[in-house]
Design a protein around this ligand. Structure first.
Ligand SMILES: [Zn+2]
Ligand SMILES: [Zn+2]
Length: 464
């Protein structure tokens, strides 16, 4: 019965979508009003609520061996063959081969190794789900059957699981394709770990007409089945800098004939600390760390120059921009106090700047209702701010976006290592939870847009 109502209403909307604006011109005003009235009647039926019955089964479906075992197998294959940013050729091939088997069309290559898949009508509205696919330059120290087979590379951030979960969601959504009133766009993104892959995907223009994008990250500190996020900032932005402080080298015993860049650089570093401790609102969390100091090779020689480098983090674009500007001023100014010259480089090409993530408030409300419906109110938590960066922020600069954490801790088992640790272990039991929430968010978001469609559909373009 529900399916029948849904089908009728959906078919009606497709007509209005595909024939507009010609239909509007051809029809008299009265007919148009009648059409909207009929539409509203159907749209008001409960089938369009977030508790829509077909999505509440997604978790059970994702736990079935046909989906779960398949995801575990994919995740282990990717784990065994980790590839760094923009080198994910085998990972990308595996994703494309699974999409082909599922009958899901895709675009490739996007941002070198990225893959963009499509499920649904092929026309608007569009909602995107994102998985990052790259590994880290870390030697795996976990002894297990499917450990990394590539020396010095490891999936230590769980991106192998992110891929498996998005493919799992694709499999489930494909099976319900006829019920999807729009198009789910699957974003398999390269180079999250410092390579600016998200920005490259945006720059490629493939997500231009996407209404919203969702992403998740596994979290070993939260129990399995729990999700957490917040409205507004969640992860910090991240920038890096490198400065060369140049003086004049000479004999260490006659410093009056030299201009000592070591003393200048030391003062620069001390002065940089004051940007956080003296210039920043203590309630606006920020970090500035100098992690690199290179200069001089001998006990008795003053070197010509010193190179320093570091990172800065903050939770708003304004704070990031302010820090960046002040870092440059302080380095150049302090160096000149000591008669040195300084050049500052923010390394935008090599290590692209990552903006702070900022979750859209409407999407936060939407996420909470979907997640509570799927996992129960006690498993949907509010996260505190986290001082790590995520290039999902680049999507959020281009469109409404929402990222959340997915728990994977088994309370009765050992404590899991944090991401980017060579002992990082992924609890594969979390896969169905990520799959189910991905699939539910995408399908319910399109249903929500479908519900609002009479008011909004003119905003959307039919082409992606
Ligand atoms: Zn990472
Ligand atoms: Zn990550």
């Amino acid at each position: 019965m529900k399916a029948l109502i849904f089908g009728a209403s959906y078919a009606l909307t497709r007509i209005s979508l595909t024939l507009t604006p010609n239909l509007k011109i051809a029809m008299g005003f009265v007919k148009w009003v009648n059409l909207l009235t009929i539409f509203h009647f159907f749209a008001a039926t409960p089938i369009f609520s977030y508790s829509s019955s077909f999505t509440s089964k997604f978790l059970d479906l994702a736990k079935e061996p046909e989906v779960f075992d398949w995801m575990v197998d994919i995740r282990r294959k990717i784990h065994e063959n980790p590839e760094l940013g923009y080198e994910e050729f085998e990972t990308s091939k595996l994703i494309r081969s699974e999409l082909t088997k599922l009958g899901i069309p895709y675009k490739y290559p996007v941002a070198v190794t990225g893959v963009i898949g499509f499920i649904g009508t092929g026309s608007s509205p569009f909602v995107a789900l994102r998985a990052d696919i790259d590994a880290l330059p870390i030697q795996e120290l976990v002894e297990w059957e499917h450990r990394s087979k590539v020396p010095g590379k490891m999936h230590a951030c769980g991106h192998d699981a992110h891929v498996a979960m998005l493919l799992g969601a694709a499999k489930i959504l494909k099976a319900h394709e006829k019920d999807i009133p729009g198009t789910v766009v699957l974003v398999f993104q390269p180079a999250e770990e410092g390579g600016g892959g998200a920005k490259k995907i945006i720059d490629d223009g493939v997500l231009q007409n996407v209404s919203a994008i969702f992403g998740l990250h596994v979290d070993p500190t939260r129990p399995i089945g729990e999700v957490a996020s917040r409205s507004g900032p969640l992860f910090s932005g991240c920038g890096v800098f490198e400065a060369i402080i140049s003086g004049k080298g000479g004999h260490a015993a006659i410093p009056q004939y030299s201009i000592d860049p070591i003393v200048a650089a030391s003062n620069v570093i001390i002065a940089l600390q004051h940007l956080i401790s003296r210039e920043t609102d203590p309630l606006d969390s920020q970090v500035l760390t100098v992690g690199k100091f290179r200069g001089g090779d001998a006990f008795n020689v003053i070197p010509d120059s010193v190179t320093i480098g570091g990172t800065f983090r903050a939770f708003s674009r304004e704070s990031m921009m302010h820090l960046k500007q002040r870092i440059e001023q302080v380095i150049i100014g302090q160096a000149s106090v000591h008669r040195c010259n300084a050049t500052v480089n923010f390394l935008d090409e090599e290590i692209p700047y990552v903006p702070p993530t900022s979750n859209n408030d409407d999407l936060h409300q939407f996420f909470q209702s979907v997640a509570v419906n799927l996992f129960g109110v006690n498993n949907v938590k509010s996260s505190s701010l986290i001082m790590v960066s995520e290039d999902f922020a680049s999507y959020q600069e281009a469109m409404p976006g929402y990222i959340f954490l997915l728990g994977m801790k088994n309370i009765s088992a050992e404590r899991l290592a944090v991401p980017h640790n060579p002992h990082f272990k992924l609890n594969e039991d979390t896969l169905p939870y990520g799959t189910a929430i991905h699939a539910s968010l995408a399908s319910n978001y399109l249903l929500k847009l479908h519900q609002d469609l009479p008011l909004l559909h003119e905003k959307y373009n039919d082409e992606l």
